[in-house]
Design a protein around this ligand. Structure first.
Ligand SMILES: [Zn+2]
Length: 77
């Protein structure tokens, strides 16, 4: 489990706490490529999608994560 995670940007003035549900990750294998220093230079093209909600203000988001960028979409009930 990662220590930090991308969370939704919210204008909520409360101490938001985001509860994440189960995630779905595409499982395509991308061959990793490294430079001379051993740094990973290829990108994993898999995407992770899921949903979360703020237990303080009761807002919901779905998100999709690709290339370390997470896009949140708020949805209202
Ligand atoms: Zn909130």
């Amino acid at each position: 489990m990662e220590k930090t995670k991308a969370v939704p940007q919210t204008d909520c003035d409360k101490e938001c706490k985001f509860l994440f549900g189960s995630e779905f990750k595409t499982m395509v294998y991308y061959q990793p490529m490294y430079d001379k220093q051993g740094n990973l230079i290829s990108k994993d093209g898999n995407t992770i999608s899921g949903a979360c909600n703020c237990i303080v203000c009761n807002k919901h988001w779905t998100y999709i994560c690709a290339h370390d960028n997470t896009n949140f979409t708020e949805w209202s009930k």
